[in-house]
Design a binder for this molecule. Structure first.
Ligand SMILES: *Cc1c(COP(=O)(O)O)cnc(C)c1O
Length: 398
């Protein structure tokens, strides 16, 4: 038995079987490459699901974390801590929001955003039956609140009834939002680019129209940028391209580049009329270690010009994928934004993903027929070419 097989056997025995895992044990990484327990190398085009933006074995990142470990790992939100204060300032300045709350995950950021919207409406007029409009095919997380606004009935089915008072509109169809609005509506929540649901960017007219609907009715627009934010689409936040500004945004994934941390942030107008002391809290959220990671991530984004790099290389990534689409009839569409790209096939992608793994390329799916490409943001043209050549080889046998 190889080392990998040994670990997989143990995992299959003791880990709760909530994932059908790929048969690889990832042990270490370097730049845009990962290595399994038997030393095989892989070009990484999934980045721990849009997390590891800055590349593996990032010495400055690791050193910043080690310094923080030696100083202090955890205190409590009952006190102030330096990394949280500085990370909050930086994140507000970069996002155009005024106040931030740090969480341990994206899901928890969604929970916070939902509570913010409910409390905002409650402050205006106390009631406990406010409604939220979410999108079909959306994904916002697996906790009961986040699941309730996730537009995939299959994920929700066994766990009803959820938090209730959620209505689903069609993504990119502003009329479908408008018809659901009533005096009980307190928020519209959507991903600026739908990730898990198949990689669908919002259309500009749609976002503008939803913004208008929200303004007309004093409804909060919550943009979930957990996957599409943090530079992935070529601007630090995906909404920047659209000329609309959300009232609340959620972040996670690349925010901590491997350290579990998320955040929800809001305008002062919302903060003033929503969560007050006693309304929300977390033991770990925003602890010094997590916030040291956020600070170092944001520092490297600036110093290394990560966002401009994504913008500069996006045409090369799109051209590589368009080339594959033109060459193979079973590739129906290429779509996406920046380094959040997808190829939709006319068949399930599972075998393609497994074949790519054998050839040393890691990809993930976004639905049964959709290949999702979410590489680390530091990849160069040679990695794009390498990805293309491997996919070409695998496609030619498909
Ligand atoms: C991953 C994801 C979440 C959930 O984040 P977790 O950190 O897994 O809890 C929520 N929304 C979107 C858009 C995501 O991609």
């Amino acid at each position: 038995m190889s080392k990998s097989e040994e670990y997989m056997k143990l995992g299959d025995q003791y880990l709760l079987h909530t994932y059908n895992r790929y048969p690889i044990v990832l042990e270490r990484g370097d730049g845009a490459y990962l290595y399994d327990s038997d030393g095989k190398s892989y070009l990484d085009f999934f980045a721990g699901i849009a997390v590891f933006a800055l590349g593996y074995n990032n010495k400055e990142f690791n050193d910043a974390l080690k310094r923080q470990i030696d100083e202090i790992l955890h205190t409590s939100n009952l006190f102030y801590n330096k990394p949280a204060v500085f990370a909050a300032e930086k994140l507000c300045k970069l996002s155009g929001m005024d106040r931030v709350f740090f969480t341990n995950s994206g899901t928890e950021a969604i929970e916070g955003a939902i509570k913010t919207a409910l409390k905002y409406a409650y402050t205006r007029e106390p009631a406990s039956d406010y409604e939220i409009i979410a999108m079909e095919h959306s994904f916002h997380g697996r906790s009961m609140g986040a699941l309730s606004v996730t537009g995939n009935a299959h994920y929700r089915e066994a766990f009803g009834p959820g938090i209730g008072n959620i209505r689903f509109a069609s993504y990119n169809d502003p009329e479908s939002v408008r018809v659901l609005v009533n005096q009980k509506t307190c928020a519209v929540i959507l991903e600026t680019v739908q990730g898990e649901g198949g990689v669908y960017p919002a259309k500009e007219e749609f976002l503008k129209e939803v913004r208008k609907i929200c303004d007309e009715n004093d409804i909060l627009l919550i943009l979930d940028e957990i996957q599409c934010g943090m530079g992935r689409t070529g601007t630090l936040f995906a909404w920047e391209k659209y000329g609309v500004k959300p009232d609340v945004i959620t972040m996670a994934k690349a925010l901590g580049c491997g350290v579990p941390v998320g955040a929800f942030a809001m305008s002062e107008k919302v903060a003033e009329k929503s969560l007050v002391p006693g309304d929300h809290g977390t033991t770990y959220g925003g602890n010094p270690f997590a916030c040291a990671a956020v600070l170092e991530v944001l520092r490297q984004f600036e110093e290394r010009g990560i966002v401009d790099h994504v913008k500069k290389l996006t045409p090369a990534l799109e051209a590589a994928l368009d080339g594959l689409k033109d060459k193979y009839g079973f590739v129906k569409e290429r779509r996406g934004s920046g380094f959040l790209q997808a190829l939709e096939l006319d068949r399930p992608v599972k075998d393609v993903i497994l074949a790519c793994q054998k050839e040393g390329l890691l990809l993930i799916s976004a639905g049964a027929n959709v290949l999702r490409l979410v590489p680390p943001l530091i990849i160069e043209e040679e990695q794009i070419t390498e990805m293309k050549n491997i996919l070409d080889k695998v496609f030619s046998r498909t």
